[in-house]
Design a protein around this ligand. Structure first.
Ligand SMILES: [Zn+2]
Length: 131
């Protein structure tokens, strides 16, 4: 991130959340933050997401509040960035190099070609699995 980066702060904190493993209600035990690179308009943008972490007393599992609407687990980019890059490659037929360049020039986000390749491969795999 550069000093020109527009930072948008988002809070997704809950006092309780449903355990994804056993379905029991789990209390919050802490909060954490993650940074996601976002599609920029006139300059780079990033989301600084504060989220709650929960510990299930029933199955003892620790998990984070659901934020799948923003990004996939462990991702450094928002789902919007991923969707935008995939659209360039899959729908518009751009090469990985051209898509990476366009993401940087038009959307102010540097997405490596290898990352776009991995996203496209995962997308194609999903499509084949649905046939
Ligand atoms: Zn549980």
């Amino acid at each position: 991130m550069t000093t020109k980066t527009k930072i948008l702060r988002i809070k997704i904190t809950r006092t309780t959340a449903k355990c994804p493993l056993c379905g029991a209600t789990a209390k919050r035990h802490s909060t954490a933050t993650r940074t996601l690179r976002e599609v920029g308009h006139s300059r780079p943008a990033a989301l600084l997401v504060t989220y709650s972490k929960h510990r299930c007393t029933a199955c003892r599992r620790t998990f984070s509040v659901d934020m799948s609407h923003l990004a996939t687990k462990g991702a450094r980019f928002t789902s919007r960035v991923r969707g935008c890059a995939l659209d360039l490659v899959i729908r518009k037929g751009l090469t990985l190099e051209a898509a990476s360049l366009r993401m940087r020039q038009r959307h102010f986000v540097h997405v490596p070609m290898s990352t776009i390749h991995d996203w496209a491969a995962a997308e194609m795999e999903g499509e084949c699995a649905n046939v």
